[in-house]
Design a protein around this ligand. Sequence first.
Ligand SMILES: [Zn+2]
Length: 215
Amino acid sequence: MSRNPKPTAEELKFVYRLVLNGSEDSDILAEYARLYEAGRLMFPYRSDKRFIRECRKTLEAALEVAQEHLKKQVDPTIVKRREEHFTDLADVAKSLLANGLASVSSPGWTTNQSHQAKYLLPSANAASGYDEMTKEQLASQLNSNMATILKEKDWFFRYCFIPHLKSELSEELQTGLFSKTVDEQPYELIETLIVLAARGIFKGTCPVCEDWSSG
Ligand SMILES: [Zn+2]
């Protein structure tokens, strides 16, 4: 007797459907035989119950894990809380970009000269004009926006927003002090914040959401 060939994905689906419909091992083998006799079996002919038992075991293990996973994915309370959490985080990103920072642009000087570089902010006074800002002024505006947020949301900012934000930053910036990043790379930070505010979806976890992930 030849060795049992490995089942294809199609064959596994065939067996899994029968298992989920409540078929016994012998019923499934009978189905193989019926199709074989009718010349319609698309898989190797099988008559060994051990193969069916193996399939059953694999399916049950996968189902158990998949059900745990799906339960967390579709649990309406968790879905809702995650949405609210992301909205709160996006609101912080937007608040950090207040006072025009959401529209800041860089004319393209190299960052080596960034202490002299001028960034452009749409002018609050003229309809079509721009205000020029230095890196220090950008950092100062960011720090000022941050101070406003900290008055109301100190804990959330430190323990939720920062960890989520850091998981979006380069490795170098992840380990550094946030205040140092603000001072040294305000424009890069603003670019990341603009993406996050628009996307409204955050990587990483924090003490609020760590149990909601499905890992
Ligand atoms: Zn979180």
